[in-house]
Design a protein around this ligand. Structure first.
Ligand SMILES: Nc1nc2c(ncn2[C@@H]2O[C@H](COP(=O)(O)OP(=O)(O)OP(=O)(O)O)[C@@H](O)[C@H]2O)c(=O)[nH]1
Ligand SMILES: [Mg+2]
Length: 319
């Protein structure tokens, strides 16, 4: 992606494949369909949602709420229904924005994602974008005035520490390194201790990629988690799993297993630019029950931003 683009433009560009798929299947984008809430249009919409990996149960709910909507046109009704699916349920008395949001309001600026404490552990399957996400998060939080450190907890892959070191140098972020082949828990312990000693706002802990069925490696994550708590009580306040959107439902099933092994506090969805199945965000919110913190739509630092449901849906459906 090109520098100087706004986030709204990056997001729209990044969702291009999913939008094209919806358009191809449902043919409802960029047109006014005030008279189209008929069986054919709904059936097309159903196919489009399923093809975008929205999943059966959520698709059924979306169709129901579109049919029940008082909105004059299908697109606005669909927008409400999608936002409702993507927003975590609100406390009593607070209204979700769906139903209240005027159609295509100017993009909402994403609210900053405030970590609940000082240490964020970043986990996930191999190659999903953990290390580059840490770099992007580091830049994001520095731009928001926070001091940042990295811990290179991937001691498994030869070049992993060096990869994080390069990012650290570029961003001016201190990187706590371990020995290659060493114990990742030791690196995490050093990182958490030195974060506390220095009073740095935020420590991002990288980990090696792994599959949920690699029992030893899953236990290792638990150890990294416990050891951080020994260095700094109550930390890590956050455990964020990075999910590659391209892996769709498969990635979601992996996330469920990870969540059983080590409770997640958030999800970061990367590579939305590489898939027509951007609808996967809906079952992530619905079935995993863990909030989406950030989404990524490309390789540049600015291509990762806080997730906002209304903004996402607007970028997905806007003509
Ligand atoms: N197109 C695109 N590429 C991305 C995105 N996020 C990350 N990547 C790319 O994905 C590739 C893998 O990223 P890494 O950060 O090394 O992934 P990882 O999870 O740390 O990989 P392992 O440590 O090997 O498990 C890199 O080429 C990244 O630039 C994204 O949102 N869009
Ligand atoms: Mg990595």
């Amino acid at each position: 992606m090109v520098r100087g683009m706004t986030w709204a433009e990056r997001l729209r560009g990044g969702l291009q494949k999913t939008r094209a798929q919806l358009n191809q299947n449902a043919g409802f984008l960029g047109r006014s369909l005030s008279s189209a809430r008929d069986a054919d249009a709904l059936e097309d919409l159903e196919m489009a949602l399923l093809a975008a990996d929205v999943g059966g149960p959520a698709t059924a709910d979306i169709l129901r709420s579109v049919q029940a909507s008082r909105r004059p046109d299908l697109l606005a009704a669909l927008s409400d229904a999608l936002i409702e699916q993507l927003e975590p349920p609100k406390e009593a008395g607070e209204e979700n924005s769906s139903g209240l949001t005027p159609w295509f309001e100017p993009a909402v600026k994403p609210a900053p994602v405030e970590p609940a404490g000082h240490v964020v552990m970043v986990i996930g399957v191999n190659g999903v974008g953990k290390t580059t996400t840490i770099a992007k998060l580091g830049q994001h939080y520095m731009e928001h005035g926070k001091s940042v450190m990295f811990a290179a907890g991937d001691t498994f892959r030869a070049a992993a520490g060096a990869q994080l070191e390069v990012w650290g140098d570029r961003l001016g972020v201190p990187v706590i390194q371990g020995r290659e082949g060493g114990d990742p828990a030791a690196v995490a312990f050093d990182g958490a201790s030195s974060r506390k000693a220095r009073g740095t706002d935020l420590l991002l802990v990288d980990t090696a990629g792994r599959l949920h069925n690699q029992t030893n490696l899953m236990q290792e994550l638990g150890k990294v988690h416990r050891v951080i708590g020994k260095a700094d009580a109550g930390e890590p306040a956050e455990v964020w799993m990075v999910l590659d959107a391209v892996t769709g439902q498969n990635g979601l099933q992996q996330a469920k297993k990870f969540n059983e092994a080590i409770p997640l506090t958030g999800v970061v969805v990367t590579k939305l630019d590489g898939t027509a199945k951007g609808g996967i965000l809906i079952p992530i919110v619905r079935e995993l029950g863990v909030p989406i913190k950030f989404i990524g739509v490309g390789e540049q630092a600015d291509d990762l931003q806080p997730f906002n449901a209304a903004e996402f849906v607007e970028a997905l459906l806007a003509p």
